[in-house]
Design a protein around this ligand. Sequence first.
Ligand code: UDP
Ligand code: MG
Length: 152
Amino acid sequence: MERTLSIVKPDGIKKGLIGEVIRRFEAGGLNVIALKMIKMTKEQAEGFYQVHKNKPFFNSLTSFMSSGPVVVMVIEGEEAIKRNRELMGATDPREAGKGTIRKDFASDVEKNIVHGSDSPETARWEIDYFFPEEELFEYENPPCLPDGHRGG
Ligand code: UDP
Ligand code: MG
């Protein structure tokens, strides 16, 4: 079992994709074990993306990420980090594979609907950035049916 941080970015919220993103996670066998809507300050977005502070897109990215509400989530499942990144698709939607969230909905390389952690270390740090341990709720679910829905 692995945990990762997902964010539905401000463009995803405006496009009405909160439910669609969660649906894809759940159909993909990932449990949402924590979730909240927040609006980041510029400083909070800068802290979150500090690994990118020397990149040319840092100022624009952190302005965008603090421009409106986002939904932050912790998702859990087997190989959750890899699985989430597969569901998201490549950073640039023009390079994202068919059927991925970014291919289907993103408008450009910055406004690409979702964030997902990229390694176990990053995931731990990113989860901790938004959620205290008591806001994480684990639960079991029956195996997925072929259409992605869960029985029971
Ligand atoms: N980004 C951007 N321009 C770029 C590369 C990235 O605006 O040339 C933004 C984009 O929103 C991306 C985020 O910065 O999701 C973080 O970049 P990263 O390379 O970590 O991509 P990700 O892990 O989100 O796929
Ligand atoms: Mg990244």
